[in-house]
Design a binder for this molecule. Structure first.
Ligand code: PMP
Length: 383
């Protein structure tokens, strides 16, 4: 199997992740912070070790501001529903994932809030920032923006959009689902108020684990309430992080696996991972440009910064048909369709049939990209 669906979740997982998940099940099957016994203390230490690794990777101000969630969707919902009050307005980009659009849309349907979609102009950051500026109004409380499109790899000018937000007294939330572990994020330099990450993509952890990094004094309303092992006499959730946002028994196996994933990323280095994956995408883009029936949607990735994700179609063909062919005939795993990002497809004119998406990882080889190219070249409408 040639796995090129790493924007959905990375696979394979590093051996160290598999080992640490197994060890967590063997040795840390206890509830951290809920007991004074040795297994509980060991579990708490293991959780703290990962919290520290996350803090160091993203240079978060303290371990307390590292919140474990079940994934980036959970993190984004926590910020959106934890910040917004009746009458608020939100600005998002035209490349947001449904993990941003759907919670906002529901709040809008309930008559709580309103939101505006700012159009991204790939390759023209001034135009993109201006679109955000035009979308802001006196009620705007939050901007949520993806760091990189999960469909087209477009990197958004998020530092400038964050500065714009702050100039208007607006909070800024970064959706780093596709960038964490691939593009550096340094909260000692970047003023993003909230950063939402998936633990299972570029950080190589298992599925079911995500991160919310808080870089602001704002005390979010919790999305879920329950036991935290702290301040238990209080019928309200604690007013301090991370406990305020971490109710219920933590996902110890996921957290230990994420810790190993982060050590794996540190070992290779984010810059090296980015260089490897983007070289493969540049090569593939170049190869696909020479196949007449292939439609590409972005500028040459050599000419513009991008996240290592490439979307294409074959003329007059459903994207699902191409992915089914690649899987059946060549054992190549790619994703087709809308990738849960209808806004991005509407913008690029691919809403009707979606795209075939290629996303390499540090494990992807030149030979695998070569096989993919041959497979695409050999595609015929009767395949
Ligand atoms: N935002 C973006 C840009 C994504 O690509 C994804 C995952 N496809 C998410 C949010 C949701 O992440 P998760 O699956 O970890 O909840």
């Amino acid at each position: 199997m040639i796995y090129l669906d790493n924007a959905a979740t990375t696979s394979p997982k590093p051996q160290s992740v598999i080992r640490d998940v197994t060890n967590a099940l063997k040795y840390y099957s206890a509830n951290p912070g809920r007991g004074g016994h040795t297994p509980s203390i060991k579990a708490a230490e293991a959780v703290y070790k990962t919290r520290t690794a996350v803090k160091d990777l993203f240079r978060v101000s303290s371990e307390e501001n590292v919140i474990f969630t079940s994934g980036c969707t959970h993190s984004l919902n926590t910020v959106i529903k934890g910040v917004l009050k009746k009458g608020d307005h939100v600005v998002i980009s035209s490349m947001e994932h449904n993990a941003v659009l759907r919670p906002l849309h529901r709040l809008k349907e309930k008559g709580m809030i309103d939101y505006t979609i700012a159009r991204v102009t790939p390759g023209d950051n001034d135009a993109t920032v201006n679109a955000f500026r035009d979308a802001i109004n006196s009620k705007t409380r939050l901007i949520v923006c993806t760091h990189a499109s999960n469909v087209f790899g477009t990197i958004l000018p998020v530092e400038r959009i964050c500065a714009l937000a702050h100039a208007y007294g607006i909070l800024f939330c970064l959706d780093a689902a596709q960038s964490a572990g691939v593009i550096p994020i340094d909260l000692s330099e970047n003023a993003y108020d909230f950063v939402c990450c998936a633990g299972h993509k570029g950080l190589y952890g298992p599925t079911g684990i995500g991160l919310l990094l808080v870089n602001s004094d704002v005390l979010l309303d919790p999305l879920t309430e329950g036991g935290t092992g702290s301040d238990s006499v209080n019928p309200s959730m604690p007013d301090f992080y991370p406990d305020r946002l971490e109710s219920g028994t933590l996902n110890i196996t996921g957290i230990c696996g994420l810790g190993a994933g982060i050590r794996f990323v540190n070992h290779h280095g984010i810059d090296k991972i980015y260089r490897h994956e983007s070289r493969l995408i540049q090569r593939l883009y170049h190869e696909l440009s020479s196949i007449s029936d292939v439609e590409l949607y972005t500028a040459d990735p050599k000419t513009i910064p991008f996240a290592p994700v490439l979307s294409f179609n074959i003329k007059d063909c459903e994207s699902e048909k191409v992915s089914e062919y690649l899987n059946r005939r060549y054992g190549v795993a790619v994703r087709a369709g809308l990738h849960c990002a209808p806004l991005a497809h509407r913008m690029m004119g691919t809403l009707d049939r979606g795209t075939v998406r290629i996303a390499p990882s540090i494990f992807t080889t030149d030979q695998e990209i070569q096989t993919l190219k041959i497979a695409i070249k050999n595609f015929s409408y009767n395949s």
